[in-house]
Design a protein around this ligand. Structure first.
Ligand code: GAP
Length: 453
């Protein structure tokens, strides 16, 4: 069942994101720019960990996928051939009462009559197609001859480089080309924080195969992608694989799944897994006049491969990770009084900071020196954070709120002052269970690396 939207939870998440430096409004001091967001010191780490893990499982851990990094600006002919120039549109409606610009599918319907969701007005224009691509000009003249677009998806760069990459990688079907990069869409109505933005990042794989194997690879990739989300800490219960009905699929697609997540504002798409047939390569072959065929050495046949495309949004996944991780529980303060604790329960593999290191007291030189030594020991392996300010409980609380999974405290036992057997050991605290274990300093890198990878 679709869970009911939870506006209050979303407000708390947005406020935490700003307060702790995950996500800020773009150009905030000038009033912002609608649909654009900046990632702060913690947000950029989270995003980077997500992209690195995607790259690891989609490229490095496979024999059948290679990567590329295409340009954002491409020849306008690409967007003509792909169909984006003519058909990459959303139906737009204006409300004559409050002057809002709306996507036709976002109108509300009461008693069979369409209304403006902002003011309830019924005086609406008829829908007209609005192209979502941002126009720009290449070079010094600003006319039709120099017009092109900021790419609205990363996929087309993969299709137009298909032949080059096939040649240099010497891959045989089935094989894939992966890419992570920015995409831009002039969305009519950006909303739900970063969920629908005008500038965002995509993680896309184009997996080329034989026509007769397309449907099988479609199901394979749907399952792989669901596993991926589980492996970054999203509960399977909050993920849904929707089979897109025939009438809603792109005309060239023989099958599409939308992987959806239960956001606090409702169930929404995280990723599309689409079987795009041979549409894209055929279009580019036709328009460019260059062969994009594959030669099968065994059968001596030439043909245009089919493609299955898992296409995920980086920003949407980051938002899902934050929503999934956000929790509040009760924990004792310094004096043992219970207080509400905000915790981001990130999976250690994507948490922005992996381990915080605290000297018990900041004015005891040997404790501080030992803690800094531990920071230096861990730094080559992970992002660590040193903090000596305030009571230990407060320092833990600050790390819980940003999702740091492990905390190391250097105390007098570490210095061997109480029990020589405990010299060079520290307490390692787990964010979720709040349990503490005593571990030798020399074992810390190994223990932590095994828990964060
Ligand atoms: N190449 C196929 C493609 O671009 P899409 O469904 O339009 O397909 C793929 O986009 C993914 O990109 C979406 O599932 C979503 O995660 C992300 N995405 C698309 N538009 C977005 C937007 N305006 N803001 C944030 N993410 C977006």
């Amino acid at each position: 069942m679709n869970k009911s939207p939870d506006a209050h939870r979303m407000e708390k998440i947005v406020s935490l994101c700003k307060r702790r430096g995950f996500i800020f409004q773009s150009s905030e001091i000038y009033g912002g720019l609608n649909g654009c967001w900046d990632y702060g010191p913690l947000g950029v780490e989270l995003k980077r960990n997500l992209k690195n893990y995607w790259w690891r499982v989609m490229v490095h851990e496979r024999d059948d996928v290679v990567g590329m990094d295409g340009s954002i600006l491409m020849n306008r002919a690409v967007w003509k051939a792909s169909g984006h120039e003519d058909t990459f549109t959303d139906p737009m409606v204006d409300c004559r009462s409050c002057k809002a610009r709306l996507r036709a599918d976002q109108l509300v319907e009461k008693n069979g009559i369409k209304q403006c969701p902002n003011c309830g007005g019924k005086d609406l224009t008829t829908p007209r197609a609005f192209n979502l691509m941002f126009k720009t000009f290449v070079g010094a003249t600003e006319d039709e001859s120099s017009l092109t677009y900021l790419r609205p998806e990363t996929a087309q760069a993969i299709f137009v480089q298909f032949k080059n990459i096939l040649e240099v990688s010497r891959k045989k079907l089935p094989f894939g080309i992966a890419q992570i990069g920015k995409a831009f869409r002039n969305e009519i109505n950006p909303r739900n924080f970063t969920f629908r933005s005008r500038e965002f990042e995509q993680m896309e794989l184009e997996y080329f195969c034989r026509a007769e194997e397309g449907m099988r690879w479609l199901d394979y990739w749907k399952e792989e992608r669901l596993k991926f989300y589980e492996n970054i800490g999203i509960a399977r219960d909050n993920l849904h694989a929707l089979t897109v009905p025939d009438e809603e699929r792109a005309f060239y697609s023989k099958g599409t799944y939308d992987i959806e997540y239960d956001f606090p504002f409702g169930r929404q798409e995280l990723e599309g897994v689409a079987y795009r047939t041979d549409y894209d390569l055929s279009q580019h072959q036709k328009a460019s006049g260059k062969s994009l065929e594959y030669f099968d050495e065994e059968t001596k046949q030439r043909f245009i491969p089919h493609v299955v495309e898992p296409s995920a949004g980086v920003d949407r996944t980051v938002l899902a990770l934050i929503c999934e991780a956000y929790s509040e529980d009760e924990a004792p303060d310094e004096k043992g009084k219970m207080e509400t604790r905000i915790v981001l329960r990130f999976h250690p593999r994507i948490a922005p900071i992996k381990c915080a290191v605290f000297p018990l007291l900041k004015n005891k030189e040997p404790l501080v020196a030992k803690a800094k030594e531990i920071v230096a020991l861990l730094r080559p392996h992970m992002y660590v954070f040193y903090d000596e300010v305030g009571a230990i409980g407060r320092r833990y609380r600050r790390q819980d709120e940003i999702g740091t999974p492990f905390g190391v405290t250097v105390d007098f036992e570490t210095l061997g002052e109480k029990d020589p057997a405990l010299r060079d050991t520290v307490t390692l605290r787990d964010r979720d269970s709040m349990k503490q274990e005593r571990v030798p300093v020399k074992d810390l890198p190994g223990i932590l690396v095994s828990r964060i990878s």
